[in-house]
Design a binder for this molecule. Structure first.
Ligand code: HEM
Length: 422
């Protein structure tokens, strides 16, 4: 099964490794490329033709243009290409030929890696389940869950790892609410998700936890077919006409879990870290809590945690900015750079919760734009607000240099955030 995180293995590490001195700035290698243009060639280990997009407008153009595919089953991205295929693609591009999609009969529900119109059907079905009523219900549960976890931290403290005690459980429990996971099953669900997604686990541990998670979700889908309830998964089971297959439903649930868990958790933990390291910004937010919505947008922009995880494949030759991208090339959007484009923003490198709202690409753009963004925003708004008001003297428990950074991951953040109070 292809995962976009594999790009990591062939992208030069200097584009990914942020400096421990200022972990919130893009990796030095990425920042250094800013001067080389909004669209620039990217050398990959296997020699495949690739491009890095660092400009905001250019990134939006790529993500909004259907000639760029996200379908890794029909088109091969740079990570999947063998040496002879690299040469064949280059020769075909010289002749001006588009890339021919592989013929596949698709049975999966990995809509994140589909193009319209296949993508559109599942996306619409899912969008229809993110109703205002359901979001409201989720938001009220969210406050309860946040407060419960803060109280547990306070009772066991002073001192906690904010990642384990708060940032991970919050999004995980929200996905449980969304999918309708029974309370009795939540510990097992969270344990397996934790192991499956953690870089601390071995490959075998991850495979075992992943297998258990798959079996768990398969059973969940079967339960929802037999006993529908008020959750999103039940809605998908019963509202789709023609119905979705079990395989599709399982994949959709796994996509939601994969996309909605680590992302939000890292925004919560890294966001808290960034606020603690910017005391003037934290003070401004504490002085005027109505700034929280702006602060969330600014943190999304400033931290851009999806480092090089958004990429596309050119199905024909396309000109972006003033660069011709040949058919077959993989285009990697450098979200951290695009979100700091000095052509659109003054002081792009500082965290400023009072700045005029700047449009950003932290949730992507175009047909794949994050479907969970409303939920993610609510999780951050409630998550930061409850934390900062209930623990007013929250601070780091170790020197900043000792905080373990997720430099090895496409979703940036911290592995742990030791905090204390009192
Ligand atoms: C897509 C970011 C939270 C579900 C995306 C994309 C980005 C993103 C950049 C586009 C990827 C691409 O175009 O290749 C984030 C961030 C989050 C977050 C930064 C947290 C702060 C969530 C949550 C959920 C979710 C909470 C679900 C409950 C999805 C799904 C997609 C997606 C299903 C794929 C949509 C599609 O392909 O049509 N997200 N996301 N995300 N996100 Fe999120």
């Amino acid at each position: 099964e292809h995962s976009p995180t594999e790009l990591r293995s062939i992208v030069p590490t200097e584009l990914l490794e942020r400096r421990s001195g200022c972990p919130f700035d893009p990796a030095p290698g990425l920042a250094e490329r800013r001067g080389r243009g909004a669209v620039q060639p990217l050398e990959l280990a296997n020699g495949a033709r690739s491009f890095l997009v660092t400009g905001f407008d250019e990134a939006r153009q790529v993500l909004g243009d259907q000639r760029f595919s996200n379908d890794r089953v029909r088109y091969k991205d740079a990570t999947q290409l063998q040496a002879h295929e690299v040469a064949e693609l280059a020769a075909a591009a010289e002749r001006g030929e588009p890339v021919r999609p592989a013929e596949v009969e698709r049975t999966d529900g990995m809509f994140i890696f589909m193009d319209p119109p296949e993508h559109t059907r599942i996306r619409r079905l899912l969008q229809g389940q993110f109703t205002v009523r359901r979001m409201r219900a989720l938001e009220s549960r969210l406050s309860e869950i946040a407060v419960e976890h803060i109280e547990a931290m306070l009772a066991a403290g002073p001192g906690a790892d904010l990642v384990r005690a708060y940032a991970l459980p919050l999004p995980s429990l929200m996905i449980c609410e969304l999918l309708g996971v029974d309370y009795a099953d939540r510990d097992t669900f969270q344990d397996n998700t934790g192991v499956a997604l953690s870089s601390d686990s071995t490959a075998e541990e991850r495979a075992r936890a992943g297998g258990e998670l798959y079996a768990f979700i398969a059973k969940l889908v079967a339960d929802k077919r037999a006993h529908p309830s008020d959750d999103l998964l039940s809605g998908l089971v019963h509202d789709a006409d023609p119905p979705l297959t079990d395989a599709q439903l399982i994949d959709i649930a796994l996509v939601l879990l994969g996309a909605g868990h680590e992302t939000t958790a890292n925004m919560l933990a890294l966001g808290t870290y960034a606020l603690l390291q910017n005391p003037d910004q934290l003070a401004a937010l504490r002085a005027d809590p109505s700034l929280i919505d702006d602060a969330v947008e600014e943190l999304l922009r400033y931290l851009s945690i999806i480092q090089l995880g958004v990429s596309r494949i050119a199905t024909e030759t396309v000109t972006v900015g003033d660069v011709e991208i040949p058919a077959g090339a993989t285009v990697v959007v450098a979200t951290p750079e695009a979100n700091r484009d000095a052509r659109r923003l003054s002081t792009p490198d500082s965290l400023d919760v009072r700045r005029d709202r700047a449009p950003h690409l932290a949730f992507g753009h175009g047909v794949h734009q994050c479907i969970g963004q409303q939920l993610a925003r609510a999780e951050m708004k409630v998550g930061f607000t409850e934390l900062l008001t209930r623990i007013p003297d929250l601070r780091l428990a170790v020197p900043a240099g000792e905080i373990p950074l997720r430099n090895d991951m496409l979703i940036f953040g911290v592995h742990a955030l030791p905090v204390t109070w009192g």
